[in-house]
Design a protein around this ligand. Sequence first.
Ligand code: NAP
Length: 316
Amino acid sequence: MKALFFEKFGGPEVLQYGEVPDPTYGSTDLLVQTTLIGLNFADIYRRQGTYHIEHHDPWINGYEGIGQVVGVGKDVTDYKIGDRVLFVDVPFANAEMVRVPAASAIKPPTTISDELAVSIGLQGLTADFLAHDLAMNHPDEKVLVYGVSGGVGQILTQILTADKVQVFGVASTAEKRELGLQNGAQRVFSRSGEWIDQFAGTFDTVFDGAGVTLNQSFELIKHRGKVVFYGMAGGQTPKLDPVALLAASKSLLTGDLWDYLTTAAARQFRFNCLLRYIEHHQIKLSQPTILPLSKGRQAHELMTSEQNIGKILLKP
Ligand SMILES: NC(=O)c1ccc[n+]([C@@H]2O[C@H](COP(=O)([O-])OP(=O)(O)OC[C@H]3O[C@@H](n4cnc5c(N)ncnc54)[C@H](OP(=O)(O)O)[C@@H]3O)[C@@H](O)[C@H]2O)c1
């Protein structure tokens, strides 16, 4: 099969496209022929060698995709050849064929397209987990979302708005700020930060997936407020002083989605919850950018360019 792979960690130039052996699969697995593969920020960290990656020789990145079942392990009872499945948190997804443990598969309804299902996938589940497992805001609370027009940011803003939380955002360009407003944010600030002094101590929660902004996030929350830290899209985090946090009763909440979505039932249930927001027109997504899997290098460059809006998908 064809796959996007790399032999050493580094910049986008380490990515190669070519033949690798087909995956084998076991009695509780599905073999899935991918139709679309989701690119996520964690794939950048993995390519750079700064994040956990499942061992494979050569390395094959990618943890999310959608496709058709072309092989079914002998102990799998709830899937058959030809079924359409979405999978998230499954390694070696940057390939034409992927071994998917049946417990990690999600059945999307026929009413939604492959593009939409995989665009909601990991970023949607993350947004739901940040809002409903970590932050747990009440109606009328005031929150700030960094990267309001990013993949997670767009869905998070819309979920919180539907939950009647007051959302403010931060984005780097006028186009991205406009998108944040369209998604329900009351106001979207620029990254230049001239607004920070005025809004210091104002927010119940700041959602920070940028990492480099962590000190600023703590300035922006109220006493007894919380910073939900969930990624390093902007670079490494500064060192924190827990004693200063204690003195101001400010909390850091953080976590990895996969320590929360641990069963097949939980994945399917959470995905169905996201679909309800979509059915009620409370979540809409900007058009994904679709690039051939063979152009994976270009896709990685786009993701870190800060020019991209919305989901990047790879087509095998
Ligand atoms: N904890 C988990 O379980 C989990 C799961 C999935 C994803 N994540 C994390 O979620 C984050 C967002 O992922 P994504 O897929 O939504 O990526 P994305 O679509 O590329 O969005 C990243 C956003 O980060 C913002 N950003 C980049 N550098 C920044 C900086 N220096 N200061 C402020 N904002 C900055 C960008 O917004 P502007 O250009 O508008 O500033 C961009 O919208 C990543 O850190 C990822 O690792 C965490």
